[in-house]
Design a protein around this ligand. Structure first.
Ligand code: 5RP
Length: 228
């Protein structure tokens, strides 16, 4: 799948025009985008400092020579022209599940600022209905088990605290992730609303009404999907 990821990432890097204010996503597909954008920037493309969606992306962007804005400071942008990011699932309405890389909160903050969000995925991520990929939900550590109980009671799913190498994963924001295996999400908007009402839930990985288009590749061609 890395050929497919590289192809869509390179196609997305070609969308960047001089002066564009960018948001840069996180993950293995976004990493190819960072490499391709970095080549353009070191080749002379001039862009203002971009917004990175994770510490990993900050590190990769710096190495690639891409200037970054300080998202912790007062000059964090109010709007962006273009954000480019991967996804874990994309449905025909371009609703997304994101957060497989645990960066969903920063991704949502940055991508909500973008006039255009281009999603870059290999063809395996395109689904008829969201939910086979367990939905990541970022929750605060205080009372995490209580929050997980509420998620289970209100949504009928079993949230699983994400572990990495035997340790509870902490996000870049110091929070935990619970992965919620729905199997299939019949009504993503209702699930998103229910999750957002639960105290302790910081953000969920349903990105609804945000993507403008998706670039999809099976490793050969790149096709463009617009919302159904
Ligand atoms: C990170 C994400 C990623 O975009 C998503 O997990 C896809 O990753 P990859 O490009 O490595 O398949 O949402 O939080």
């Amino acid at each position: 799948m890395s050929d497919a990821k590289r192809r869509v990432a390179e196609a997305a890097a070609e969308l960047v025009e001089p002066g564009m204010r960018l948001g840069i996503g996180t993950g293995s597909t976004a990493a190819f985008f960072i490499e391709a954008l970095g080549r353009r920037v070191t080749g002379g493309l001039e862009i203002p400092p971009a917004a990175a969606t994770s510490r990993a992306t900050e590190d990769a962007a710096r190495k690639a020579g891409i200037p970054l804005v300080d998202m912790m400071g007062p000059n964090a942008p109010r709007e962006l022209d273009l954000a480019v990011d991967g996804a874990d699932e994309v449905d025909p309405e371009l609703r997304l599940i994101k957060g497989g890389g645990a960066s969903l909160l920063r991704e949502k903050i940055v991508e909500a600022l973008a006039a255009r969000l281009v999603v870059i995925v290999d063809a395996s991520k395109v689904v008829d209905r969201l939910g086979a990929f367990p939905l990541p939900v970022e929750i605060v550590p205080f009372g995490w088990a209580s929050t997980a109980h509420l998620i289970r009671d209100r949504l009928g799913v079993e949230p699983k605290l994400r572990q990495v190498r035997g340790e509870t994963l902490k996000t870049d924001n110091g929070n935990f992730i619970v992965d919620c295996a729905f199997g299939s999400i019949a009504d993503p908007e209702a699930a998103a609303h229910t999750l957002s009402q639960i105290p302790g839930v910081v953000e969920h990985g349903l990105f609804l009404g945000m993507a403008s288009e998706a670039l999809v590749s099976d490793g050969h061609d790149v096709r463009r999907l617009a919302p159904a």
